[in-house]
Design a protein around this ligand. Sequence first.
Ligand code: DX5
Ligand code: ZN
Length: 216
Amino acid sequence: MNYLSPSILSADFCNLGRDIKLVEEAGAPYLHIDIMDGMFVPSISFGMPVFKCVKKCSGLFMDVHMMVEKPERYVEELIKLGADCVTIHVEACDCVEQTLKNIRALGAKAGIAINPETPVSEVLPYLGMLDMVLVMTVHPGFGGQKYIAACTDKIRQVRRAINGQYPDVKLEIDGGVGLDNLTMNLEAGADVIVAGSAVFNGDITKNVKDFLQLME
Ligand code: DX5
Ligand code: ZN
């Protein structure tokens, strides 16, 4: 089973509710929420007040990607506001195991993300205590970047590690994913597909449907 997770970072923030409704009506099952702090990544996106409104206007599965230093500080509030999955970066957190435990104890799914330069080995010790691995396929911080081809092999490595022993763990990819490289990424083993600019630039309904058709 594959899941499309449109990233609202590329939505029209003047019409955020409208854009979210469009992806929901077109059949996307997840919504990807990119929270950036200007420290872990150079840019700042949005925080709790915006997420609170997004949650109010959508019934989609809230897939929250924390590009934030010490993300453990925000886990409880995010889940209270309705995050369904909270993904933290292994590079940004000193207490990964405890944070994963807290996320799950608070009733959400727990994920770990790895940057393009972070080896897959960094995530392996945690496979038994998480629900999703997020392999970044661009350097985090901005939408609309080019997919880094060297990351495809990391997707294959994570898939091999998951298969067999941890069949319930999902493998998400994020950055530079479009219709042109979607099939290759699915074949490499990704099953949650984040797409920002490829969904929100142009005809949103058509873009979502085109993605979903290739993901069948
Ligand atoms: C980037 C974010 C992504 C971003 C993807 O750091 O984590 O979720 O929105 O945008 P695209 O799909 O345009 O690369
Ligand atoms: Zn993201």
